[in-house]
Design a protein around this ligand. Structure first.
Ligand SMILES: O=P(O)(O)OC[C@H](O)CO
Ligand SMILES: [Mg+2]
Length: 247
């Protein structure tokens, strides 16, 4: 007779640890800002007759602003005589200053954050955005973003994603006893973010920003990939299930 195996995990296979804390990325994951970045950056690159492709976007998204601009201009072989990273960022900031305060939430973001907070699951935010950009982008969602136990912005750490420093710093703010990295789940939309979270020893649900080609997201090595946060089922990760009607 076959032994009863209530875990659904094959005998000999490691049972996944339940998730005890969650870290969210912000741009492109909770807030729909990546589309605006793409439009602004293409507008700047138009005068150099360059196309802002998805490959270029994947290279820079998730990074600190200065680092992202440097990587982009280098990949496009644009010299400082043509445009410096500082000039690029100044132009981009001018184009986005009035757009960011209207940043909408991504589908499923508010429900998941409120659900975890209501169930006292420790949650943190780790964004490559600077503190001032964070304030601008979240200005209409203050109460929701106030639910996080800790917010780490790109200018609070020395090394940007894909370095794991930002996720390790975010995890330090969790209430004691500190969760082990393996019991922390990260939500990310960008390849640099997935790489950083995996390097921190955490599990990663990737929700690629809409339109990202599958060949980019597929190669990232995320623990799971969903088309939308709405597809995430908390109970499959040892978290409390949703009890409201949209399940
Ligand atoms: O995706 P985030 O929240 O780390 O933000 C990174 C940049 O500011 C936008 O790509
Ligand atoms: Mg992001």
């Amino acid at each position: 007779m076959e032994a009863h195996n209530p875990t659904g995990v094959a005998i000999g296979q490691e049972v996944p640890k339940p998730v005890s804390a969650v870290i969210f990325d912000m741009d492109g994951l909770l807030l729909d800002t990546e589309g605006a970045y793409t439009v602004a950056q293409q507008r700047i690159l138009d005068r150099f007759c360059r196309t802002f492709t998805w490959e270029l976007k994947a290279l820079m998204m998730g990074r600190q602003p200065q680092e992202g601009a440097r990587v982009l201009l280098e990949a496009l072989q644009l010299t400082p005589e043509e445009i410096t990273p500082e000039q690029f960022l100044a132009e981009r900031d001018a184009l986005l200053r009035d757009v960011f305060p209207d940043s909408p939430l991504m589908p499923g973001a508010e429900r998941l954050v409120r659900h975890l907070a209501a169930h006292r699951v420790p949650i943190a935010l780790a964004t490559g955005s600077s503190q001032s950009q964070f304030a601008l982008k979240t200005s209409k969602h203050g109460e929701l973003f106030g639910l996080f136990n800790r917010v780490i912005t790109g200018d609070m750490v020395h090394r940007a994603k894909p370095d794991p420093a930002i996720f390790l710093a975010a995890a330090e703010g969790f209430p004691l006893p500190q969760p082990t990295p393996g019991s922390v789940l990260v939500f990310e939309d960008a390849p640099n973010g997935v790489e950083a979270a995996l390097a921190a020893g955490m599990r990663v649900v990737m929700v690629p920003y809409p339109g990202m080609p599958e060949e980019i997201s597929r190669g990232c090595g995320a623990t799971a990939v969903f088309a939308s946060l709405e597809d995430f089922k908390p109970e499959q990760w040892g978290l409390p299930p949703y009890t409201d009607s949209s399940t």
